[in-house]
Design a protein around this ligand. Structure first.
Ligand code: PMP
Length: 403
């Protein structure tokens, strides 16, 4: 027996995806996904098909990807522990480095304890699923990351969405929520496609009034906002606290993994109840060593955070002064709205011709007609890089009719 019939029934689905991709990739100048870049180790430039281009869409906000100290820490971890581990954390997969990393994360986050997952995605899915289920209500911002949405769907809780950064709308949703069960509000602290910041004090206030827990995803805030890169609580001068804090180790921290920081009891529960943690392999030694060293560097070198913030503001000012809006961005992520998906691809192509990589983000990742270039500034960018990038973005905008 073979599964010919099943393959036939699946075929339309496979064909639809492949046709869409083929259409996108038919013009090599518009190929933007799955492109292999080689970043230079000591600059923000990369090599693409023999061409040297300035990368303006990378995630390594602190400029630590390729940092020799981080590379050395990863190598040292491999020398001691090897390349993999011996299973899941609860069985033979835990190494002392995991415990050191979790202690460092807890210290960074100002919490009693932390737990490190294999990815930020797994941390969201696992945590939401471990905290809420049938009979509970989870309320999420319309622009929350896909891993939060997936965690909510899998949890079995009632899921309600509120308008982006709209606390009044959240309040109406909370009013309408079931009076019993746990209420959990989840927001991104910095929105990855818009670069704006969640209104934490107002969110905290409404959550307190309606007896809801508040969880934040700090993926794009860690190392980016707050004086020392501490994230949204530091950004708001530590006047308010969140109940559950999630971060990743894959952006400002140039490794892999995600984490939750919180109370002793919260982490004690997640260790046994978060399925993507319990049933998936432990973070590898190289990733663990790299993440630990990066967090230590962040503690010692807060000027990296200031540098990124200054350069992001420099670029924002240059673009805004020339008539290019960057929406409500106040962080290292700067969206430049092109409109249709095609317009975003055209703009990206013109930017590349001007020497800069700015990657387009199109539907369904962003709402219809809000396709954009998602520009990101990192600590690798010098003031001269920013000026060069600004010129390129403006020239390309003029060429494609955006200004
Ligand atoms: N949360 C947010 C806001 C993200 O942007 C991402 C990744 N793009 C994740 C979670 C998932 O993190 P990771 O890539 O480490 O799985």
């Amino acid at each position: 027996m073979n599964a010919t019939g099943a393959w036939d029934r699946l075929e339309p689905k496979l064909a639809a995806t492949n046709a869409r991709v083929a259409a996108l990739e038919s013009d090599p100048s518009r190929r933007n996904s799955f492109v292999a870049y080689t970043m230079e180790r000591d600059s923000a430039y990369c090599d693409l098909d023999g061409e040297r281009l300035l990368m303006m869409s990378g995630y390594s906000y602190l400029g630590l990807a390729g940092d020799e100290r981080v590379v050395a820490a990863a190598k040292a971890a491999v020398d001691v522990y090897g390349t993999g581990n011996h299973g899941v954390r609860a069985l033979a997969g835990t190494i002392p480095l995991h415990e050191e990393l979790e202690a460092e994360v807890a210290r960074f986050a100002g919490r009693e304890r932390a737990l490190v997952f294999g990815s930020g995605y797994a941390a969201n899915v696992g945590t939401v699923g471990a905290l809420v289920g049938q009979g509970d209500t989870v309320l999420i911002d319309k622009y929350d990351h896909a891993s939060i949405v997936d965690g909510c769907r899998l949890s079995g809780a009632t899921v309600t969405r509120f308008r982006h950064n709209d606390v009044d709308h959240l309040e109406r949703r909370l009013k309408a929520a079931a009076p019993t069960g746990v209420r959990l509000v989840i927001v991104d602290s910095v929105y990855s496609m818009d670069g704006d910041i969640a209104p934490l004090p107002e969110l905290r206030e409404v959550c307190d009034r309606y007896d809801a827990l508040l969880m934040v995803d700090e993926a794009h805030a860690l190392g980016v906002i707050g004086k020392t890169g501490g994230g949204i609580e530091e950004h708001f001068d530590h006047k308010v606290r969140v109940d559950v804090k999630l971060g990743t180790l894959s952006k400002a921290i140039p490794s892999m993994g995600g984490w939750i920081a919180g109370s002793h009891d919260l982490i004690g529960h997640l260790r046994y109840a978060a399925r993507p943690f319990l049933f998936s392999a432990a973070l590898g030694p190289a990733q663990t060593g790299a993440a630990l060293e990066s967090l230590r560097i962040l503690r010692r070198e807060p000027e990296r955070v200031t540098h990124t913030q200054t350069q992001a503001q420099r670029l924002r000012t240059r673009l805004n002064d020339a008539g290019i809006s960057t929406m409500d961005s106040t962080t290292a992520v700067l969206p430049v709205i092109a409109g249709s998906d095609d317009a975003a691809y055209d703009y990206a192509t013109a930017c590349r011709k001007a020497g800069v990589i700015g990657l387009p983000v199109v539907t369904p990742a962003v709402p219809n007609d809000l396709a954009r270039l998602r520009i990101a500034v990192t600590a690798r960018h010098t003031a001269a890089d920013i000026d060069f990038a600004a010129e390129a973005f403006l020239t390309a905008a003029a060429q494609t009719g955006l200004i």
